[in-house]
Ligand binder design. Structure first.
Ligand code: GLN
Length: 441
């Protein structure tokens, strides 16, 4: 790792006491020091009446019967205290009951399920548990930005394999048109490759990986003995009758796969930070050892609430109703994009749409803040759209390595985890983009 120069060289007296202690060199890796995209496009930096379709969180509450369970937990003594590092037994049992059948197995709540402080911490703990310095981790681009520092903080080396977008000329592309080049994937594998990250449904493309794609990834994982981390936090959000295939259920894959889940996405509770990992004892046990030393345990009252939520989802037909609501939200936004005449990727899962913003023109001398200068064109375009039409989004080059920035620069990511009225209002405002579009030849 590169050595880090302190602003105050050792042994030299200085009256400047603002940076006495050099911080760790690991912060110089994995873009940890760059301002993250969520902070740049945070509502606090944008006009107060800007409609936020940027960071993916809902503008509606979790179901009443889930928040009621949270209140009940807060009013009971035991859930106000530490939980077992594995997670509360009631929640592990509820996960087993809800998801066991989807894994075609009787899950063991002692050794095959681990509750984590959000999906992020679960993934971080897997990296801590399994990576040696220099181990390579393959991730498909665009990738959820947090993977990168989570890998580098643990000594790993990210290796990028792009999902290839459909050509700009293609009419009405869907998320399924973003393709893996399997030769490219094979060539990315080296003797140091330890893991591959799969994310289905995908953030930010909305791609639902097909069984065939997952089978091909699985075959490579078998051939090269790779650990597969399957981030499936949007597993309850698939549209157009798409099938969610869990790579852990493909032949032989249970033994090398850890599947990541999230209460935040499932119950509109992204700030609760309750997630989980499902996998074989050979993966869960070392990950528990790491997680115990990182956070010790996840917050207890909200684990109880999520347990109650999962216990009641079938009775309330919650996931069935919720996915219909999301499909309606998606369609409101897509219809607005159709009216503008801009190309977008029709998402088959998750709650994001990639809008092709390469035809949105803006003046070079627009008063852009420092935070977006020197970044991809999409940073400026998304900033311009937020300021001029009043709808915020996330620039997609953030989800690419520097070398592949140009692929991401064409897109802005719009989140539709908002109520229909908000999406209609955003759709109305977005018509204002027509006057900033490149004239068609
Ligand atoms: N997962 C959410 C998104 O992609 C938020 C991520 C974050 O804020 N770190 O919008």
């Amino acid at each position: 790792m590169a050595s880090v120069k302190s602003d105050i060289p050792n042994g030299i007296k200085s009256s400047d006491r603002s940076a006495l202690i050099p911080f760790s060199s690991r912060l110089r890796e994995g873009r940890a020091l760059a301002q993250d995209v969520w902070s740049i496009f945070n509502a606090a930096n944008l006009p107060s009446d800007c409609i936020n379709l940027g960071q993916g969180y809902m503008n509606f509450a979790p179901p009443k019967w889930v928040t009621k369970a949270a209140e009940d937990a807060l009013n009971t003594v035991s859930p106000n205290h530490y939980s077992h590092p594995k997670g509360r037994p009631r929640l592990r049992q509820a996960i087993k009951d809800q998801y066991g059948a989807q894994f075609n197995r009787e899950l063991d709540i002692e050794t095959e399920i681990l509750i984590t402080s959000g999906a992020n911490e679960g993934q971080y703990s897997v990296f801590t548990a399994f990576l040696e310095a220099g181990d390579e981790v393959i991730m498909f681009e665009p990738f959820f930005d947090q993977y990168l520092p989570s890998v580098t903080f643990n000594g790993g080396k990210p290796v990028y394999v792009p999902l290839h977008p459909p050509p700009h000329s293609q009419a009405k592309p869907t998320s399924n048109d973003w393709k893996i080049d399997f030769d490219e994937l094979r060539h990315a594998i080296t003797p140091r490759t330890k893991m591959i990250i799969v994310n289905t449904p995908h953030n930010p493309v909305g791609k639902v990986f097909t069984r065939t794609e997952l089978e091909k990834i699985a075959a490579l994982a078998e051939e090269f003995n790779l650990l597969v981390m399957s981030d499936e936090v949007y597993d309850c959000l698939l549209y157009d009758n798409k099938e969610h295939v869990r790579i852990a259920t493909l032949p032989g894959m249970w033994d090398r796969t850890v599947t990541v889940g999230s209460a935040g996405k499932s119950f509109a509770a992204t700030g609760w930070r309750v997630g989980w990992l499902i996998g074989p004892p050979s993966i869960i046990t070392p990950t528990l050892a790491a997680s115990t030393r990182i956070v010790f345990c996840t917050n207890s009252p909200l684990q109880e609430a999520v347990a109650a939520g999962l216990e009641l989802v079938n009775q309330h037909k919650f996931f069935e109703t919720q996915v219909k609501e999301y499909q309606e939200r998606r369609d409101v936004l897509l219809e607005a994009f159709d009216r503008i005449g801009l190309q977008y990727t029709h998402p088959e899962g998750s709650y994001f749409v990639l809008l092709d913003i390469s035809d949105v023109v803006f003046p070079d001398d627009y008063p852009f803040p420092k935070s977006v200068q020197g970044r991809g064109r999409d940073f400026k375009a998304c900033w311009f759209i937020a300021m001029e039409v009043g709808v915020s989004s996330i620039p997609v080059s953030e989800f690419y390595c520097e070398e592949h920035t140009s692929i991401g620069e064409s897109y802005g990511r719009f989140a539709f985890c908002k109520d229909v009225d908000t999406l209609k209002a955003a759709g109305g405002r977005l018509q204002g983009l027509k006057k900033f579009m490149k004239a068609k030849p």
